[in-house]
Design a protein around this ligand. Structure first.
Ligand code: GLA
Length: 389
């Protein structure tokens, strides 16, 4: 892969100089959805698919970007003196945003770069292609400019800052954290309130993680995401009038039930309920995995889906079809929507000997009901972002 990309790089920008290669993965979240901006826990893992970057220093302040995924855009040229969001600049706003966020923190980028990007995360699938591009840019800058004091956690935070304040999506920290901090064969049990984290081995002896891409993306993704955040923030303020908490993640289910009356609107009550219960479910799920109780982990995944479907209302018809089909199938331990919602992917844990039937039968039934094909990926859990030697 890397060799082909380097060839393409030289074809575009010419040979010579020191050419460096980097990779940052996408992620799948096993459980803990829409908890990361509510001070709760998440449990994502890095994938082995992601975004590659090939880079060479320039001695002026120019930036040249090229993406193999957006060939028709050709080489996009800009400069370190022009780090402002610009709709026409499309995907290059992600690396530019990260550069902007480094400079905002006082890290001076002293020269320009030629960059070639290639990503193998299916577009718009909710597997964090944009977060991986942000984290990729972060490690490129850390390595290129010798910012030894910038940690991988900082890179995740810088990526989130760029997404929130340069690219206008009010996301939490989960995706960037998973891409920066991932570890092969482990999921990350992250407390988004403190950023304390722990790696939990995901040893599924007789099962696999299967991602199913619904291949739908509804237009309300960004606006509805921000709506949910606002609803949770209002619910938190209402609860704070009666209990001493900093985030919804501070509440147990019992405390929530005892105080929910303070939330004036029934929809907001459902949103807050999801945030509280999903956080507790995530803590329990990680415990179950540690005890090798994969069955219980699967049940909690199913419960997570139900809560996202009815209380948080971030699922959609196509995803519910996939999840219903999966949960009804023998050999499926658990299945739920993963990521921001309103389309994208489901994540399922499927017994090894049921994987082929899963793909075949759900694929067929989905096509019949929805009219287009779903895509299936049997995935491995990979490491976080890295320089490629
Ligand atoms: C998106 C956001 C994350 C997180 C998930 C939902 O992926 O980028 O921060 O909020 O949705 O769990």
């Amino acid at each position: 892969m890397k060799e082909r990309l380097i060839e393409k790089f030289q074809e575009l920008y010419g040979a010579g100089g020191e050419i460096r290669s980097y990779f940052a993965p996408g992620r799948v979240n096993l459980i803990g959805e829409h908890t990361d901006y509510n001070g709760g826990h998440v449990f994502p893992c890095a994938l082995t698919i992601g975004t590659y970057g090939i880079v060479r220093n320039r001695d002026d302040r120019k930036l040249r970007f090229y993406s193999v995924n957006f060939e028709r855009m050709g080489v996009v040229e800009t400069s370190l003196d022009d780090l402002v969001p610009n709709k026409a600049a499309s995907w290059t706003n992600y690396p530019k945003g990260v550069m902007w966020a480094f400079e905002k923190r006082g890290y001076k980028l002293s020269h320009g770069l030629d960059i070639l990007i290639y990503g193998n995360i299916p577009n718009g699938s909710g597997l964090s292609s944009s977060a991986s591009l942000e984290v990729l840019t972060g490690i490129i800058l850390k390595d290129t400019f010798d910012f030894a004091q910038v940690s991988m956690v900082d890179i995740a935070l810088i990526g989130q800052d760029s997404e929130n304040n340069f690219n206008g999506c009010n996301c939490g920290i989960m995706d960037q954290f998973a891409s920066a901090m991932g570890k092969k064969d482990h999921a990350i049990f992250l407390d988004t309130n403190t950023l304390n984290y722990e790696y939990a081995p995901v040893v599924l002896e007789d099962a696999k993680i299967v991602i199913t891409n619904s291949k739908v993306k509804h237009s309300l993704v960004d606006s509805a995401y921000n709506d949910r955040r606002n609803e949770c923030e209002t619910a938190l303020k209402e609860l704070q009038a009666v209990v001493d908490i900093k985030t919804l993640g501070d509440l147990t289910e019992e405390q929530y039930e005892a105080n929910k009356i303070a939330i004036k609107d029934p929809f907001r009550q459902k949103r807050a309920k999801h945030a509280v219960y999903e956080n507790q479910r995530t803590i329990r799920a990680v415990e179950a995995l540690k005890n090798n109780d994969v069955e219980l982990f699967g049940k909690l995944m199913n419960a997570s889906h139900e809560s996202l479907r009815y209380d948080y209302e971030v699922s959609c018809e196509e995803i519910d079809i996939l999840v219903d089909l999966a949960q009804a199938m023998p050999g499926v331990i658990g299945s739920r929507i993963t990521g921001g919602g309103f389309g994208g992917c489901t994540v399922s844990i499927v017994k090894n000997d049921a994987v082929d039937t899963f793909i075949e039968e759900i694929g067929k039934a989905y096509k019949e009901k929805v009219g287009h094909e779903a895509e299936f990926y049997v995935v491995d859990i990979g490491d976080g972002a890295m320089k490629l030697s």
